[in-house]
Design a protein around this ligand. Structure first.
Ligand code: URA
Length: 247
């Protein structure tokens, strides 16, 4: 015997949108239950016996797939356990009962955007070099790098015998003795950004990832997370370099 559930809850659980957005979608008359448009709120449905469609396409539960964006603080490791007893990022996911894993890594001393999920396929897609998912970092570096030397970074430099893929670099501010820049890369070599700036003689002393593709932290406080919607997930794969976007 299957259970009934409120329509908007079911839609949100299927990853269509947040609960609030799901209510808007219902109000817009885009949902049908067994072929009948439903615009009223609070309708109970039985997903095992009824056909629920959004814009004419069947909505199916991929029930417990979950995606979150965490603003990782410095001092947290992105592994699932740490023999040295340092704090692990998943300890920050209060209120989430599903086991999630980090997509890729961020150094202990790097802060910022980290996606965690239980969706292995999506994690693989984000990390697979063929998708060239861009990652944008804000780096504070020592010294005042010249345009000419930054162009070298953009064209690719030799790191441990292998040339880096082209990067996009933009100066945000120059202060006395330090510079804040944004750099967008699509590779994920270990400590890559730090090594790239080190290689041109301008070591990084503060590093924060601000975006995957066009998915930005957007005011998410350090140590906090938010659950990602399907729209958010699409932004990860937008290729256009987001250097001008809002963080
Ligand atoms: N590049 C780095 O140097 N560190 C990170 O954590 C991520 C990218």
């Amino acid at each position: 015997m299957s259970e009934t559930v409120r329509l908007q809850k079911y839609l949100a659980g299927c990853g269509i949108a947040s609960r609030r957005k799901a209510e808007e979608i219902i109000t817009q008359g885009r949902i049908t239950v067994d072929g009948e448009v439903v615009t009223a709120m609070g309708v109970q449905i039985n997903p095992d016996r009824q056909k629920i469609c959004l814009d004419g396409k069947v909505v199916t539960p991929h029930d417990d797939l979950l995606y979150v964006l965490l603003n990782k603080p410095q001092g947290y490791v992105t592994t699932l356990s740490d023999p040295q007893g340092r704090p692990i990022v998943t300890s920050l996911l209060h209120g989430i009962n599903t086991r999630l894993f980090p997509v890729g890594r961020l150094d202990l001393d790097t802060e910022g955007a980290l996606i965690l999920t239980n969706d292995g396929d999506l994690a693989q897609k984000i990390q697979h070099p063929s998708h060239e998912v861009t990652k944008t970092y804000e780096a504070q570096v020592l010294g005042l790098p010249s345009e000419k030397i930054l162009q070298k970074l953009e064209q690719g430099i030799l790191l441990e015998g292998k040339k880096t893929a082209p990067a996009k670099v933009m100066i945000i501010t120059r202060q006395t003795g330090t510079t804040t820049l944004r750099i967008t890369i699509h590779e994920g070599r270990k400590r890559q950004v730090r090594k790239m700036f080190q290689a041109i003689g301008h070591p990084v002393f503060h590093l924060k990832r601000i975006a995957y593709g066009h998915l930005f932290l957007q005011g998410l406080l350090t140590g906090k997370y938010r659950i990602l919607t399907p729209e958010d997930l699409k932004k990860i794969f937008i290729k256009k370099i987001p250097l001008q976007s809002n963080k």
